[in-house]
Write a protein of this length. Sequence first.
Length: 392
Amino acid sequence: MRNLKLTLCLSIALSTAAAYAQVLSSDVNGNAQAATSNSPVAYIYVSSKNNSTNEIVAYAAAANGRLSAVSGSPFPDNVSVMAVNGKYLMAATNSNPPDIDTLRIGSNGALTYVTSTPCVQKDNQCVYAFNLFFDHTGSDLYVMDSDGSNDNTASFAVDESSGALNYLGDTISGAFPGDATGTFFIGDNIYAYSADQEACLYPGLYGYQRESSGLLNFINNFKSNNPTPPPGVSTYYPDLAVADATNHLAIIEQPANPPGCANGPLQLATYTVKSNGNIHTNSTYNDMPATLIKSPYDMKMSPSGKLLALAGQEGLQVFHFNGANPVTHYTGLLTKEPISQMFWDNNDHLYAISQSSGKLFVYTITPTGHQMAPGSPYTISSPDDIIVQPLK
């Protein structure tokens, strides 16, 4: 269903920020701007290809969302998908087979190469990696990769002092290569979930349980129900899933009459996670809002759990998320540019890249208002992946 690589990874939630002073500096385009005199609210990293050079472009975000270049950016590294845990940026290289590079995040946001770890490990062939994410503590890194036949999730423990990775084991999803998308932990840091489907032929809703060692395994006897479909539709197939900070999931639902899709828009359902990791929904076709996104590539929950951003070929749309209660409409399309990936910081900013148009968009979005941040959108050559490290 998708032609764009979907990635996702988790940022560590840090405390909220107070306002701070502004001074005059230059933005990434060399224009005079208002920028913070102290530390920014977030660092933004985008892997991209500039002519024949692969690099990581780094930005510092001011309180109003305006971006300025991090000193030393861009940083040369031939990588694709990335994840951050506050101290390190981990990135899968574009080599075959890939390595996982560890780069230290400096106090000014600059990146310094530390070490590399082979993605190929015992019982994990890792032909290519398509998603990296941390648990909420940043202690363990999970690499979603393909062995050529199945999707896998390899678990690594992070050595805090050196940034080296210690292989813990591998979980085979049984999905077709590249089908699995972002995986997200709920607030307990034990259970995590992902969803994907392919042309309504192969539904995929996966539940994972993090063991005390950090190894990510499947939930034993994982069970879930489906929302009530409309007349003439057999069922819904889950497409993307994302978690809030407590025990709720938002899942995009595709109407289906297997072995094919049914007419009707994609809709958003809410699920509640039970104490044993199973999930349950009371959503029906009557209370699930339809989306303007017909070909979704990414979905992200705001740190507050109050906003749900959905991106795809048709652009970017934001909804109100209400826990176990139905999702409700909020915005129309904030842009009609295809959006391939996005991340929130902790200061109401949403950063979104468009691979096809070579742009980085920044929005300030709260439950009561939304606007494009000053200076947005920014031009960036062939953006491939984005990750955000909140600082406040």
